[in-house]
Design a protein around this ligand. Structure first.
Ligand code: ADP
Ligand code: ZN
Length: 816
């Protein structure tokens, strides 16, 4: 008798055992996929976790349906990591499996298959049964597994579908494949040879016999004097009124030089074109210190101010590791994964760089997966967002977590609720590799770990090129209001600086925090504001679509003409968001180009990239945006950054609000003046003496750290205490209340006053479910494993109470 324990991608507490034949036992290896029946009629793809000879005692093991692989798709390191994640983050292996594998790997009864619309295939490569399915998809846009069973008149159809996917004939549905091609904009400049005055005179003399060509050169001068920006070929042609042929002849003669800004490098397949940069003295010593630190510590934190050239230091470390034939994982927050950085790394490492993130199609992800699995030359350096920790590395030498303070490394929903930075440290350790955390504004956790000597610490305190840190000025808007020096949300100081900056031909970024400011509609007669029917929040007003929207569930309706409550017509939108700032800038500076970057303008695969490209190409003078602006972008021509209102960040009800505000403001400030010219930052606030603002303006991370740590000690918050958040959800308020009181009481019997709650969160109803939160605080000396055991025990008795069975419980370890 032979058996296998299988991980199935659903949240089951235990693994399921299936029986296999002796021949199958001989063939199967841990990490291969098998199709297994489950429940009455379901089929799942499972991963073989263990092969053994012990029949399960509680049930009779069913036979597997089919073996899907010839060799493992998941390796031993991964299974070890899955185990760690499921234990640490208190979720099932099934949850981890679903998060880890590209969806094309997890065929199951509910999978929907559609024809691959991107590539057309040569139908002759299809076997008969494959062709039948392919044909059927010509008549029907999609098919479910059971439809395919009917078409083929057999049960075991997953292998057929698997082959069709491999042949790129079909795809797993909901993967919309969209390719981004940034405009390739052609620019011209005078050949540097003619910048010397004598040469220029000579040129203009020579051209006196070709007046049209001379005109072109003169027009080029006048455009660049006026706009102080790179000159597009189209603009030059328009302004000088000559044909493209004349411009071309000047290019051919070598008088003008043409160039392009930003080309599409996502699909890069070329060679490395650049040698890595020579480090300056600060970078050099940082590199030496990091290497020395790795001798003693598994993890080292690189605290380098914005624009200190951390990326170039990473590049040197990466060079060493791939020299040794090992793999490198370079983790970034999703949103910072832009063509900017991809292009930069591909210039150095050519096609050894592979990019992995959730906006990629399943084909692209499967391809990267397989390249990593086979340790291919095409995937030596993986540049990816948080989910890339799940790739099948087998020879990892280094993990870099850039912008390690970023909240988006934490997955909140669904399980596994893991933190990619912390998981990366564990993953690296399994491979005996090192982890480098990098940030200009480290998280308190990481800096605390460095202080405790758990991590090494290396610092770069100077910007590359010795550019000064931006000059930060606090503007007291209370005072400005009193003196009537505000126009809308703009103080006279901000307007002055904006005028100056635009006059000099530089660009501006205006930052408005999205949270807590959302424009809410309020009736001036009765005070009513429209509410979301599913969630306990006011709807926000979106001018662009003239809509009211819920930011929690996506509910929307047309903007109301009259108040729903009293019928009054005098509706007012309170608060101000990016949209309103954008409108105001347009009124203040009508002759300049304004754009906005927030969740609404960056939908779609490359929405974000398009705006960044436009900013780089200087098609935008003023960019208004949210947090998205902060993510490690490198813009050369931005000189002024305005923070419209610092207070709504500082007042956000969260124990990390101050730390986050500091990080956000420092990071946005860091976008100013990254080359040559010193940048300027204006922070508008009602409270200029707030300690955080003082620390931001003096660039004093250490003071911020000390002060915040004091609070964390006093109020028992992380990183001093560990924290697990338990959320209960139910559509009936009374049920969830009784349940949460029961739960908290049971926890208190074990953990005494280290339990907070139950409490209703600020938004207590989301998608028609009422929420209650309970917080478990865990002192350092208390065993985390024992704490979790106790919670699981309580959770199990909770679930055995009949009335509570329908209450959903969510466990969130390190919920911040
Ligand atoms: P950080 O990641 O610390 O914010 P970056 O690595 O983006 O900083 O560097 C800031 C800018 O300085 C980039 O445009 C980069 O190309 C440039 N730079 C950094 N180090 C060097 C170097 N050693 N030689 C030339 N340019 C450099
Ligand atoms: Zn809602």
């Amino acid at each position: 008798m032979h058996f296998i324990d299988v991980i199935i991608p659903i949240p089951l507490q235990k693994l399921f055992t299936y029986s296999i034949t002796a021949a199958e036992a001989d063939f199967l290896k841990i990490g291969m996929r098998v199709a297994v029946p489950f429940g009455k009629s379901k089929i799942y793809t499972g991963i073989v976790y263990r092969i053994h000879e012990n029949a399960p005692s509680a049930y009779e093991a069913k036979d597997i349906q089919q073996i899907l692989d010839d060799s493992p798709v998941v390796n031993g390191f991964q299974l070890k990591l899955w185990n760690w994640i499921s234990e640490y983050y208190m979720c099932t292996l099934g949850d981890v499996m679903r998060a880890s594998l590209p969806s094309a790997f997890i065929l199951e009864s509910e999978t929907v298959i559609a024809k691959n619309k991107v590539t057309t295939i040569d139908e002759s490569i299809l076997k008969d049964d494959e062709f039948l399915v392919y044909e059927a998809l010509n008549h029907q846009s999609s098919l479910k597994i059971h439809n395919i069973s009917n078409i083929l008149d057999k049960k075991n159809v997953l292998p057929v579908i698997k082959r069709l996917i491999e042949k790129e004939a079909v795809t797993v549905e909901e993967e919309v494949y969209e390719k981004y091609k940034p405009k390739l904009v052609r620019y011209v400049k005078l050949d540097p040879h003619f910048t010397a005055e004598i040469e220029l005179h000579k040129l203009l003399n020579d051209l006196s016999r070709a007046p049209k060509q001379r005109d072109v050169v003169m027009t080029l001068f006048s455009i660049s004097a006026k706009t102080k920006k790179p000159v597009k070929v189209t603009d030059l042609a328009n302004e000088s009124g000559v044909s493209n042929a004349i411009i071309k002849s000047l290019i051919d003669k070598g008088v003008l030089k043409e160039y392009y800004i930003q080309t599409d490098r996502v699909e890069y397949s070329g060679e490395a074109t650049e040698a890595s940069k020579r480090l300056n003295a600060y970078q050099k010593s940082a590199l030496i210190e990091i290497k020395a630190s790795f001798e003693k510590h598994h993890v080292t934190l690189l605290h380098g101010v914005t624009s200190s050239g951390k990326t170039e230091v990473y590049v040197k470390l990466i060079e060493d590791i791939i020299q040794e034939g090992k793999q490198v994982l370079y983790l970034l927050p999703e949103i910072a994964l832009t063509t900017q950085l991809v292009a930069r790394l591909q210039n150095y490492f050519g096609e050894q760089v592979a990019v992995f993130h959730s906006k990629y199609s399943t084909h692209e992800r499967v391809e990267v997966w397989n390249n990593v699995l086979h340790n291919s030359l095409k995937a030596k350096i993986i540049l990816g967002a948080r989910s890339s920790i799940f790739l099948p590395f087998d020879n990892l030498g280094l993990i870099i977590v850039d912008e390690e303070h970023e909240q988006s490394f934490k997955q909140f929903d669904p399980a596994p609720r893991y933190h990619a930075r912390d998981t990366a440290v564990v993953l690296a350790h399994m491979h005996k590799a090192k982890t480098l955390l990098g940030s200009a504004t480290p998280s308190l956790e990481s800096y605390f770990n460095a202080q405790q000597n758990k991590y090494g610490l290396v610092e770069i305190t100077k910007r590359y090129n010795d550019v000064l840190m931006p000059d930060i000025e606090l503007v007291d808007i209370k005072d400005k209001l009193k003196k009537k020096r505000m126009k809308g949300h703009f103080s006279d100081r901000l307007i002055e600086e904006m005028q100056e900056t635009l006059k000099e031909g530089y660009q501006i970024i205006l930052f408005q925090n999205r949270r807590g400011f959302s424009p809410i509609v309020e009736c001036n007669t009765c005070g009513h504001s429209p509410q979301c029917p599913n969630c306990d929040v006011s709807l926000t007003y979106h001018q662009y679509r003239n809509q009211l929207r819920c930011h929690y569930c996506g509910y929307n309706s047309a903007m109301k003409q009259n108040c729903e409550a009293c019928g009054g017509q005098d509706l007012d939108n309170k608060g101000f968001g990016t949209e309103q700032i954008e409108e105001e800038v347009k009124l203040l500076f009508p002759e300049h180009k304004v754009a906005r970057m927030d969740l609404d303008t960056t939908r779609g695969k490359y929405g974000y990239e398009k705006i960044i490209t436009a900013l780089e190409q200087q098609e935008i003078d003023v960019l208004v945006g949210t947090q998205m602006l902060t993510k490690g972008l490198d813009f050369r021509n931005v000189k002024l950054v305005g923070i419209m209102n610092a207070d709504n960040m500082l007042n956000f009800p969260d124990f990390r609000a101050h730390e986050r505000s500091f990080q956000l403001m420092q990071q946005v400030a860091g976008r100013a003046g990254r080359t040559e010219e010193r940048g300027k930052v204006l922070i508008q606030t009602y409270n200029p003496y707030h300690n955080i603002l003082q620390q931001v303006s003096t660039n004093n991370y250490v003071d911020m750290f000390k002060e915040q740590m004091n609070d964390r000690y006093n109020f028992k918050y992380p990183p001093v205490y560990k924290q697990i958040k338990i959320t209960l959800k139910h559509k009936d308020y009374n049920r969830v209340e009784t349940a949460s009181i029961w739960y908290a009481k049971s926890l208190r019997q074990v953990f005494k006053d280290h339990i907070l709650g139950p409490e209703s969160p600020p938004v207590s109803r989301i998608r028609n479910q009422f929420h209650k939160n309970i917080l478990v605080k865990i002192p350092k000396q208390q065993s985390l494993a024992k704490t979790k055991e106790a919670i699981i025990k309580i959770n199990n008795s909770f679930l055995s109470v009949k009335d509570f069975r329908s209450v959903r419980v969510i466990l969130n370890v390190d919920n911040f």
